[in-house]
Write a protein that binds this ligand. Sequence first.
Ligand code: SF4
Length: 491
Amino acid sequence: MRISAQIIYNLFAPSYCERRLFFAYNNIKPLEPGPFEQLIYKLGLRHEENYLRSIGEYTDASRGRLKERIAITKKYITEKVPIIYQGVICEELIVNNKLVTVIGIPDFLIYEEGGYRIRDCKLARHIDDKRHQEVIAQIKIYGLLLEKLTGQKVKKMDAVLGDNSLLDITKLEVINPGEILSRVINIAEKEKPPYSPVGWSKCMGCGYRHICWEIAVKNKDVALVYGVDQGLARFFWGKGITKIGQLLDNYDETSLAEVNRSWGEKIQKVGKKANKILLQARAMKEKRNILIKKIDLPSSNNYVMFDLEGIPPYLDDLEKIYLWGMQVFGENDSAYLPALAPIEDEGDYKGWKNFLKNSQKIFANYGDIPFIHWASYEKTKIKLYLQRYGDIEGLAERVLKNLVDLCALVKKSLILAEPSYSLKVVERVAGFKRTQEEYGGNWAIAKYIEAVETEDRGIRKGIIEKILKYNQEDLKATWEVFKWFKKEMAK
Ligand code: SF4
């Protein structure tokens, strides 16, 4: 049996899933990577190349067949070569009473103080006992292999993070490498894919979603029910409850509230969530939305639809909003009002300033009308920018006062027969159709970074136009959902 340390990634990243590891080990083909996955790969490669350029003289073991690379790495290590790049260590280890061949390719082996230090380049900027366990697991396996090869304890292991800082992971004992290997082998050796509950945020970024999600929908899998978290789905699985109908047949609000399921590292009762989970299950089983209570929507002749596009902190120095999109809809529609952070120094601040100027125009023309947004992202980011740059004439505070989270209102009053309340799902319920074939927050991030990096002004303009179109469609979608929701409340 042969296992590569790289496969550990498939177990832990982007979120823990035994099925993904089983598929990867058994060479089951994932979907082609989308623009976002390609971007992450490209950025990872570039991060490694940048570090490689800064490290001085090194000995390259990255070329040739695996067998040759294993032999040459062994030779370099015996000769105490100062820096080995992409060496391959292949050792036989006893795991679960079996002899297993394990392969690891650390980015750098650096000779110092009588032994080798292991160093790997990683895009992540925050690694600890909660975040990016896959990085720790992978490097620790390299350590295990190097110890076996040299017969010496590895004294230092570290990672060059996305912001170029060095993180010493030698003492991070979150995951025991022997235990990881044992877990990997148990999963890889199974005859059929192991159980792992589907989940919207867990599966939508996974290359095997076409397999698992399709099966889950066909089987009316209980894990599809919004509110049934991973711990609860596993609890149901243990009790033989796999379908939505079985959940409804076996539990009422009282008995479900009493269920203890794992919640992170703790055990927690389902408690007050039971009622909504059962309603969600009923809505999905009966394929109809269920009204919980009617609510009053803010009354106005006009409404601002408001949507931000941002870059997560692990992809940039700053947690950045690169597009602040707004448009007024109602009796008197406005033009689309995007505030795009210019691609230049101070661009981040200018984007914020332009957004506040656009808000000022809206207040001047329409007064204090509701700013409708989907979920909490917009509110959180305005607060972040208020801290970062401060306000201008009280405009940001005024926007904050007028914010209305439409997603929260929908969730409070309606149970949708859907596995998610993301805008892209709810807009379809409202009958909205997009014109772009490719879209989505991650798609926009990948495109924006492409625009930042190209020197070609024509290409950049074309990409930015597509992103603006996507953002404007988000605003239109929010407006369509608002109108649909208003009608539902008026029925
Ligand atoms: S689609 Fe979901 S359940 Fe399937 S392998 Fe991927 S993360 Fe796991």
